[in-house]
Design a binder for this molecule. Structure first.
Ligand code: 4AD
Length: 473
């Protein structure tokens, strides 16, 4: 049977080689190849013309050498199939070029194509999101995003985690912030007034409570999916739909949770640097040009992040540091109990900790959600065993905590938070039947992408962004 079907199980490529594989291969000059892609640019000259062809698998693209007649057929943006012969590039970087024999135009493109060969602003590119990935920045971003996801998953696979798919539709507001999107079926009219689930239902803001369900059985789990927040914050850090990697682990303490968080982020950075060198060099140049004087180059910054341990300090330590800055004028108070604002976070990461990520732990209980584990030995005010990971130029990248595993304490906290404990009976039961000490965290994937690429706005690092007032496509 196998021999009959073997031809369908071939490991050979299923179409012509990608531009990336062609450029990276050691195919000899003289080899005949077929290349598919889009024309990025055409340089027409009297005797000999050049076109850059890219199928979106790499930054550089393939240089095609054409005669004037062939060049006349090509326009920027057109989709083409080129047949030709590989030749050695005469340029400094010894690569390959394509001496074109024949051109098949698969899709014409006229002069109104907006992605012409010049630098567009990111704001403008967002308005043509359907074409954004045809440019170098948009394409490189998607490939790095893919690699980052693989890096994260690789870390968890290597550390014996099981990936769980948590639901998108839920009846809970995990973070208790009331920033939920309510789900109403299209068939519901005011007249019949029926909800589909006979109870208010929302798009999830976090998969954490469900992840806890499974950490209480499989010890180490993670979930990776889209979450939704009806936040009206029009900032460069907030989306209405974003992706979150949430890990949940039994039998650990807070310091071990920080180790896992740091390990998963460093592993992901390493994976991206190893698998996307061309893209990362591209982003490095982009960030370097813009911020040359202010910031170290992206690759230097990431290298430093990998080489040194993340700083760890308590909320109390952070407040002390802020208060010991007589010369520094902060807009918001720095008294113990007040919440850390962006200006404080910026100071802690960029100045106090010299551009290294900082874990701030053990915040006052009243600043944090109901599920966080109360510390037993709080001095001035009750605190919880939690952390925020703050990163230079980005702010909060990760939020996490030990979870309150004592049934009675948890029930009390829920009541104080004004929650309907009946609705969360299952969550309390996890504490009744063999409750395990456990903790977890959520990485905002788009903010991780900012860290990896040097982009400054989360709208640039998600394929199709959604933010308040914007749901095109
Ligand atoms: O701090 P948050 O709200 O934590 C939780 O949701 C926990 N339940 C996670 C857990 O412990 N399993 O969000 C986690 C991270 C933030 O640190 C931030 O990086 C990102 O999610 N984030 C956003 N990213 C983009 N747009 C928004 N509106 C975001 N809100 C939070």
């Amino acid at each position: 049977l196998y021999s009959q079907w073997k031809r369908f199980y071939t490991t050979e490529t299923f179409s012509s080689p990608t531009v990336r594989s062609l450029l990276g291969s050691n195919m000899e000059a003289g080899t005949h190849v077929t290349v598919n892609g889009w024309v990025r640019s055409v340089r027409k000259q009297k005797q000999i013309s050049f076109a850059n062809i890219n199928d979106g698998t790499c930054v550089k693209g393939l240089q095609a050498i054409l005669n004037p007649e062939q060049a006349e057929k090509l326009s920027t943006g057109a989709c083409v199939e080129l047949k030709g012969t590989l030749v050695d590039s005469p340029g400094k970087e010894q690569g390959k070029e394509l001496q074109v024999n024949s051109i098949n135009i698969l899709g014409e493109c006229d002069g109104t194509f907006p992605m012409q060969k010049k630098r567009h602003t990111f704001e403008y590119l967002r308005t043509i999101n359907h074409l954004r990935a045809r440019g170098n920045a948009g394409g490189a971003l998607l490939r790095v995003r893919h690699a980052a996801r693989q890096g994260l998953q690789d870390y968890f696979a290597k550390n014996e985690f099981t990936q769980i798919d948590t639901p998108i539709l839920t009846s809970h507001d995990c973070e208790g912030g009331g920033e939920v999107f309510k789900v109403t079926p299209g068939s519901v009219t005011e007249k019949n007034g029926q909800d589909f689930f006979n109870k208010p239902t929302f798009l999830t803001v976090s998969g954490q409570l469900h992840a806890e369900m499974f950490a209480s059985a499989l010890s180490r789990v993670y979930t990776f999916g889209p979450v939704f927040r009806a936040e009206e914050s029009l900032t460069s850090r907030h989306l209405a739909e974003f992706w979150m990697l949430e890990a949940e682990v039994a039998f650990i303490n807070l310091q071990q949770l920080l180790d896992i968080t740091e390990g998963s982020i460093k592993h992901t950075i390493r994976h991206v640097l190893d698998t996307c060198p061309e893209e990362m060099e591209f982003f490095n140049q982009y960030v370097g040009k813009k911020d040359k004087d202010k910031n170290p180059l992206l690759l230097k910054r990431l290298g430093k992040t990998l080489d040194q341990p993340f700083v760890r300090m308590t909320y109390g330590d952070a407040i002390d540091m802020l208060q010991q800055q007589p010369k520094k004028k902060f807009q918001f108070p720095t008294t113990y109990g007040s919440s850390l604002q962006s200006e404080h976070e910026r100071f802690l990461t960029s100045e106090e900790c010299q551009d290294q990520p900082v874990f701030v732990t053990n915040y006052p209980s009243d600043q944090k959600p109901f599920y966080m584990r109360e510390n037993d030995n709080a001095k001035e005010k009750p605190t919880v065993a939690c952390f925020d990971l703050l990163v230079p130029n980005i702010g909060e990248l990760v939020g996490g905590s030990m979870r309150e595993e004592r049934e009675k304490v948890l029930e009390h906290k829920m009541t104080l938070a004004g929650m309907n404990t009946e609705e969360y009976d299952w969550y309390l039961e996890l504490r009744k039947y063999g409750s395990a000490p456990h903790g977890g965290y959520g990485i905002g994937f788009e903010r991780l992408m900012l860290m990896l690429t040097g982009f400054e706005n989360v709208r640039e690092v998600v394929p199709v962004p959604r933010w308040v007032g914007n749901c095109k496509y």
